[in-house]
Ligand binder design. Structure first.
Ligand SMILES: Cc1ncc(C[n+]2csc(CCOP(=O)(O)OP(=O)(O)O)c2C)c(N)n1
Ligand SMILES: [Mg+2]
Length: 391
C-alpha cells in the first residue's frame, strides 16, 4: 500500500445519523468489514467518535497484499523452526489484520514499541523480515536500529515496552513535537495477558497524568499462553482505560479497515496533544502461543473453528471480489509474490553466518567496560580449553 495519508479517517466526536454503532449485533465492536466481506460505511465508538475509511482500489489491493505476505512469511518462519533452523517462533497467525491495519496507520514519524509477535507491524515499517529471524536463530543479539525504522526492538519481558513507550512519548511532548498535524506519536503493542502486569498499569497512569502522545494497542488474542481472557479481567479490556482517565475502544481486530481507522484516529488525537488512548483489538491467536506450546491441551477445536470463520484475509478477498476491485489474475500474482519472498527468506536464513561466540560481549556498552573485558577474556580462555578435544 502506498505510503502517505491514505484512507482518511474522521475525528468527529459526534455520532453521525447513518453510522452504525458496532456491527453484527455487538454494540461494543467497531467494525467496517464483516466476516462475509460486506463494507459498513461507518461505525461509532463508545465515546461517539465516528470511524470510516476511504481507500482507493489500489490501496484496498495493497492491504490485501500485505495481509497475504505477512501470513506467508510467518508460516515460513514456523516451518523453519520445525525443521530446527530457528530456536523459537511466535506466530502472528490470525492477527494479521490487527497488525497490518495499525501498522499502516502509523505515519513515518511515529514510533512503535512491539512485543515478540509483531512481525506484521515490522513488515509495515519497511523492515526486512529477515531481521527477527536472526534473533530467533540466535545469530545476532537483536538486529535493527530502532531509530532508523521507528520500530523498537522486540520485547519479550511482558509489558515492559509499555513503560519504554510512555517515557518515549513523554519525551515527544518535552521536545515540543505535538500539537500539529505533522506532530509525533508513539504506539505500544501488548497482549491481553500483559494487561495484568504492573508495568502496563503503571504505564497507563504515567501516560494519562502526563498526557503522553501514546496509543496503547492491546491485541486481545484471548490467551496468555494457556491462560484464557477470563483469568485476566472481569470487564472488557478497553473499559479499563476509563479508570485511568483516557478513552478506550474495542475494534474488530480481524478487520483490517477498522483496525486502520481506529489506530489512525487515536494516533492523530495523540499527535494533536489530546493524550493517550487504549485500543483493544479483539482477535484470536489461531496457532500455538509459540512453537514450544501445544494449544490442544487447553482449548477446544470448535472454538478455533468459530474464529476460522472470521478470518481476516478471507473477508478482504470476498470484498475485493464482490466489488470487482481485484480479479483472479491479481490473487494469483499476490500468491506468487508471497511464495517467492518466502523462498528468498528461507535461503537467506539458511545462509546466515554463525557469529563468533565472543561477539556477544561487543555491543553491551558503546565503549566497553573493564569488567566486560575481563569476562570476555575469561570466556575466551574457556573456549580455548576445548581446542584439540572432541567436545
Ligand atoms: C514479565 C514476564 N513474565 C512472564 C513471561 C512469560 N510469558 C511469555 S509470553 C506470556 C504470555 C503473554 O500473553 P499476552 O500478553 O496475552 O500476549 P500474547 O503472547 O498472547 O500475544 C508469558 C506469561 C515473560 N516473558 N515476561
Ligand atoms: Mg494474548
Amino acid at each position: 500500500m502506498a505510503k502517505g495519508d491514505p484512507g482518511g479517517t474522521t475525528r468527529s466526536r459526534r455520532a453521525a445519523p447513518r453510522s452504525r454503532k458496532g456491527a453484527t449485533g455487538d454494540p461494543e465492536l467497531v467494525q467496517l468489514l464483516t466476516p462475509e466481506g460486506e463494507r459498513i460505511d461507518s461505525a461509532t465508538g463508545p465515546d461517539g467518535t465516528e470511524y470510516r475509511v476511504d481507500f482507493t482500489d489500489e490501496e484496498y489491493r495493497g492491504l490485501y497484499r500485505d495481509l497475504v505476505l505477512v501470513r506467508k512469511l510467518d508460516a515460513e518462519a514456523t516451518a523453519l523452526q520445525r525443521q530446527g533452523e530457528l530456536g523459537l517462533w511466535a506466530s502472528l497467525l490470525g492477527q494479521e489484520a490487527a497488525q497490518v491495519g495499525s501498522g499502516r496507520a502509523l505515519r513515518p514519524q511515529d514510533m512503535a514499541f512491539p512485543t515478540y509477535r509483531e512481525h506484521g507491524v515490522l513488515y509495515c515499517r519497511g523492515i526486512d523480515p529477515i531481521m527477527p529471524l536472526g534473533l530467533f536463530r540466535g545469530v545476532d543479539q537483536g538486529g535493527w536500529d530502532p531509530n532508523e525504522f521507528k520500530f523498537n526492538m522486540y520485547t519479550i519481558v511482558i509489558g515492559a515496552q509499555t513503560l519504554h513507550a510512555t517515557g518515549y512519548a513523554m519525551g515527544i511532548t518535552i521536545d515540543g513535537k505535538t500539537g500539529t498535524d505533522d506532530g509525533e506519536a508513539a504506539i505500544a503493542y501488548f497482549g491481553d495477558g500483559a494487561t495484568s502486569q504492573g508495568d502496563v498499569n503503571e504505564a497507563f497512569v504515567w501516560a494519562s497524568v502526563f498526557n503522553a502522545p501514546l496509543v496503547f494497542f492491546c491485541q486481545n488474542n484471548q490467551y496468555a499462553i494457556s491462560e484464557p481472557l477470563e483469568r485476566q479481567t472481569r470487564v472488557p479490556l478497553y473499559q479499563r482505560a476509563a479508570g485511568f482517565g483516557f478513552p478506550g475502544v474495542r475494534v474488530d481486530g480481524n478487520d483490517v479497515l477498522a483496525s486502520y481507522a481506529v489506530t489512525r484516529t487515536a494516533l492523530d488525537n495523540a499527535r494533536l496533544g489530546q493524550g493517550p488512548s487504549l485500543i483493544e483489538a479483539y482477535t484470536y491467536r489461531m496457532g500455538a502461543h509459540t512453537t514450544s506450546d501445544d494449544p490442544t491441551r487447553y482449548r477446544i477445536a470448535s472454538e478455533v473453528e468459530a474464529w476460522q470463520a472470521k478470518d481476516p484475509i478471507a473477508r478482504v478477498k470476498a470484498f475485493l471480489e464482490k466489488q470487482q476491485i481485484a480479479d483472479a489474475g491479481f490473487f494469483a500474482e499476490v500468491d506468487e509474490q508471497a511464495r517467492r519472498e518466502s523462498v528468498h527468506l528461507r535461503e537467506r536464513v539458511l545462509n546466515m553466518p554463525n557469529p563468533e561466540p565472543v561477539t556477544m560481549f561487543d555491543h553491551v556498552y558503546p565503549n566497553g567496560s573493564p569488567l566486560l573485558d575481563e569476562q570476555r577474556a575469561q570466556f575466551s580462555r574457556y573456549l580455548e580449553s576445548f581446542e584439540g578435544s572432541n567436545h
